[in-house]
Ligand binder design. Structure first.
Ligand code: NAD
Length: 364
């Protein structure tokens, strides 16, 4: 199979972790006889440095002409980086929001499951029979509070900031359909998360999701308020299969879900459009505090590349091979620093970013 992949390495640890994911994809090509052609493009802080804007039309066009996009992460330290002295629409994150909108990436999937090998890294209280959760957060990505009208102005002599949350029924329907389709291939349970006791957007959300559920009688639908969901994720994550939620709630809950897997460095993500096109990136940010040290955990990016093989290229066997290689690497005791056991490092072998990439490649 021949595929074109646009690569946005980005800022901070982005280039270090993307290099490992490419290494793994090259290993897949070698073993299974595929050809992936990569085109490197800039986005985020590195694009500001080169072109004065976080996202150029050329980057958008190259992404659109590709079969999928592999991304590291963008952004810097907001307190010290000159990028954050620019107007909000010229900052690194504005590039990412514009790219999501331009590529119509409305469905963000973030799986969170506990590798049995990392059980010691899970910060949750032990449970009889052990912790064993496997859930997917299906987050709406191109609407809601992050895309509504916003401004800051002086009103009656007081500086006042306004952000607007907007959802229409079509935006809710298409993400709900994705969530139910995914649930049909998993545990057949959807939990819709909102704040329907307060927000109008949430009340519409709940109504539309209930309507979509009628087309999926095999799937069990439940509704949960976001504050309760935040609590349930750390109390009993085993109860969830697919969580479908709006943009801001999904942003926060998916970071919480990543932490219960042991480290934010483990959580992959896929942002999907209609059809097979998607952008694949780790759920974490550019980690400016450890950038350049070579100690970042590349697993979230490698697992994101596995999601690309699965969702955009339909290469299920190859995607499984990458996941199995990650699992075997962990089973053999190899760890990045963030994964060194909370209860002791006996028998574990510390690896830098590139070494861990090599160990995973060897096991494909
Ligand atoms: P972060 O996710 O970058 O880092 C949070 C903490 O987790 C840090 O201590 C970091 O060292 C650690 N961490 C993150 N990824 C790791 C990895 N792979 N291996 C080991 N440790 C890891 O979040 P932040 O510090 O709040 O944000 C830093 C920058 O990233 C900001 O500019 C933010 O806007 C940006 N950001 C970008 C994206 C994206 O590109 N999609 C997402 C989130 C944040």
């Amino acid at each position: 199979m021949n595929k074109k992949i646009a690569v946005i390495a980005g800022d901070g640890i982005g280039p270090e972790i993307v290099a490992q994911a490419r290494k793994v994809l090259d290993g897949v090509c070698e073993k299974y006889g595929h050809t992936f052609t990569y085109t490197d493009v800039l986005m985020g802080g590195c694009s500001i440095d080169a072109y004065g804007v976080p996202l150029t039309d050329e980057t958008i066009e190259i992404c659109k002409a590709s079969d999928a996009v592999l991304m590291g992460s963008i952004g810097g330290n907001a307190a010290t980086s000159p990028w954050y002295k620019l107007a909000p629409e010229l900052r690194p994150e504005a590039g990412l929001l514009k790219l999501r909108k331009s590529l119509n990436l409305y469905c963000n999937l973030r799986p969170a499951y506990l590798f049995k090998e990392l059980a010691d890294s899970c910060p949750l209280a032990a449970k009889e029979g052990g912790r064993n959760f496997d859930l997917v957060i299906c987050r709406e990505l191109t609407g809601g509070l992050y895309f509504g009208e916003r401004y800051t102005k002086v009103k009656d002599g007081v500086i006042t900031a306004v952000d607007t949350a907007v959802y229409n029924e079509n935006e809710i329907r298409r993400i709900a359909v994705k969530a139910f389709e995914i649930a049909m291939k998993r545990g057949k349970k959807v939990c819709s998360v909102d704040k329907a006791n307060v927000l109008d957007t949430s009340r519409l959300w709940r109504k539309v999701v209930a309507d979509v559920a009628k087309d999926y009688p095999e799937v069990e639908l439940s509704n949960m308020l976001v504050d309760n969901c935040a609590m349930q994720l750390v109390k009993e994550p085993e109860q969830f299969d697919v969580i479908v939620t709006g943009n801001m709630f999904g942003d926060i809950l998916s970071d919480e879900a990543s932490m219960i897997t042991g480290s934010i460095g483990m959580l992959s993500s896929a942002s999907l459009s209609d059809g097979s096109f998607g952008l694949y990136e780790p759920s974490h940010g550019s980690a400016p505090d450890i950038a350049g040290l070579g100690i970042a955990n590349p697993i979230a990016t490698i697992l994101s590349a596995a999601m690309m093989l699965h969702y955009s290229f339909g290469l299920l066997k190859e995607a499984d091979a990458v996941e199995a290689a990650v699992k075997q690497t962990l089973a053999d005791g190899y760890r990045s620093i963030d994964l060194m056991s909370r209860t002791g490092a006996e028998g574990l072998i510390s690896q830098n970013c590139s070494e861990l990439g090599d160990r995973i490649c060897e096991r494909i």
